[in-house]
Design a protein around this ligand. Structure first.
Ligand SMILES: [Zn+2]
Length: 196
């Protein structure tokens, strides 16, 4: 999806914080950072999913559209997303996962992108093992640009999860599915921290 604004500064000059958008984040930063750059009403449920993955111990950040009506103009393309608070948080993060939404409201699936292909493969295998459908990332959804927000942590490579609307809704409404999905991702992240 092409962004309406080409960077955060441009958005900030045209939109009202607290009325059109809001930024929320965990109290402390952590080496693990889960980001919803298109949260709130821009890509529904992504803020909530990011917070669930972060839980109590990891850091999270959420940029949220709160307009009554169409929030699409608040969508800053991932490789242009340069909001200063999250850029600062990224300096301390070596494991970065961004949560996005794909429109599909019929099929429950996700696509895994980002430059951390090792972690991406681990995630794909684990989620598939638990019955989740992981599709090959299409062109434009691979999160391969170095300036993609998922790749701007200290290692220069992160993970981007593009989750269909149907699967996001399921995760939100079905507690069993949610536990499977969230716990699996959290367990893998913890494993990476232990391995260093
Ligand atoms: Zn997105």
């Amino acid at each position: 999806m092409r962004g309406f604004y080409s960077n955060f500064r441009e958005l900030q000059l045209n939109e009202q914080e607290g009325q059109d958008y809001q930024i929320t984040a965990s109290r402390n930063w952590h080496r693990v950072l889960i980001i919803a750059p298109h949260g709130g009403k821009i890509e529904y449920y992504t803020s909530q999913i990011a917070k669930w993955i972060a839980g109590e111990e990891f850091a999270w950040y959420s940029f949220e559209g709160i307009i009554n009506g169409d929030n699409r103009r608040l969508h800053i393309t991932s490789h242009n997303f340069d909001e200063p608070i999250v850029l600062q948080a990224l300096q301390e993060a070596d494991t970065v996962v961004t949560i996005h939404g794909l429109k599909n409201s019929i099929e429950e699936f996700l696509m895994i992108g980002g430059l951390d292909s090792t972690f991406g493969t681990e995630l794909r295998v684990a989620l598939q093992h638990h019955g989740f459908i992981v599709k090959e990332s299409k062109q434009g959804y691979r999160g391969e640009r170095v300036t993609n927000i998922c790749n701007r942590g200290c290692t220069g490579k992160g993970i981007q999860l593009e989750i269909s609307f149907a699967l996001r809704k399921r995760i939100f409404e079905d507690a069993e599915c949610r536990i499977q999905f969230i716990d699996k991702i959290r367990t893998l992240i913890k494993g990476r921290i232990i391995r260093g």
